[in-house]
Design a binder for this molecule. Structure first.
Ligand code: F3S
Length: 284
């Protein structure tokens, strides 16, 4: 079987940095508890391994307030300003593993909202990254996830808006939503904050999916960037399979398959990608 392996598959810079940070802390640990605020990345295999090594996930503010000692690591997706304040007020060691590209969005949102702009985040409502970004606005803040949301918001906010995007948002979808806003709003600031790693991965996925008979996208069910790769791939290749681990791989592929493409979301560990790639080479 011939395979096209995406060059940009797997851990991006921000995810690698966050995961390495936790493992470093485990190595250095003197026995005091290590926490992550939220899941360090959206991959349950990684989270499971960290849990086995004693890392505790804090799911919400109340759990965070109850912590009295140890180290708290902020996940790659970042956290709201309020969370940083709570952490600063407790006697805890804090390690901020927020991806610098996400941190940049926090800074833009903080500054622009201070200057009186209303913030529009183009992204998935309820996603931790979007919740974190929302929490840096000092005034009104809105999230637009779809064209329908953009139409409603554009009617409401006719001026003085600052538009940013979730780092992993679909680039083509972002362009459409931004067009809706720019038609109705004036005096706005638009900052494309989709991260390069995401854009490259999405473009590459679309190109590979166009060429192959079957496309395999590897990632966690909770990973928003993986979901977007699946969406992009399905547009070009009807035989797109979304798998979390080797167990999810279909046993049989369409008979005419001669070329398979493989890509993976930014939070997919290398060992899972390699295992699947090896299996596909030897068994299909
Ligand atoms: Fe950061 Fe981009 Fe990865 S924002 S976490 S490098 S997808």
């Amino acid at each position: 079987m011939n395979i096209i392996m995406a060059k940009n598959a797997g851990f991006c810079f921000g995810v690698r940095r966050a995961v390495d940070t936790v493992y470093e802390q485990i190595k250095k640990n003197d026995g005091s508890p290590i926490y992550t605020y939220g899941l360090i990345i959206h991959n349950m295999e990684v989270v499971k391994d960290l849990k086995e090594k004693g890392v505790i996930v804090l799911d919400n503010e109340d759990e965070l307030r109850a912590v009295t000692k140890g180290t708290v690591i902020i996940r790659a997706h970042g956290a709201a300003k309020k969370i940083h304040r709570i952490l600063a007020s407790q006697n805890l060691k804090v390690i901020d593993a927020t991806c610098p590209y996400v941190r940049r969005i926090h800074q833009i949102v903080e500054k622009e909202s201070r200057d009186g702009k209303r913030i529009i985040i183009i992204g998935n409502n309820g996603h931790p990254e979007v919740e974190g970004i929302t929490g840096w606005a000092e005034g009104e803040v809105f999230v637009a996830e779809s064209e329908a949301d953009a139409v409603i918001l554009a009617e409401k906010i006719k001026e003085n808006a600052c538009i940013v995007s979730q780092t992993t948002f679909n680039y083509n979808k972002l362009k459409k939503l931004v067009d809706i806003f720019t038609e109705k709003c004036y005096n706005g600031t638009i900052v494309n904050t989709i991260c390069n790693a995401t854009e490259e991965r999405q473009v590459e996925t679309g190109l590979i999916a166009k060429e192959v008979d079957v496309m395999i996208v590897i990632g966690d069910i909770h990973s928003s960037n993986t979901a977007k790769l699946v969406e992009i791939s399905r547009k070009e290749c009807a035989n797109t399979y979304f798998v979390q681990t080797l167990k999810d791989l279909p046993l049989a592929l369409p008979e005419t398959t001669t070329l398979i493409g493989i890509t993976a979301g930014a939070s997919t560990p290398n060992n899972i990608i390699e295992e699947i790639q090896k299996y596909v080479r030897t068994n299909f």
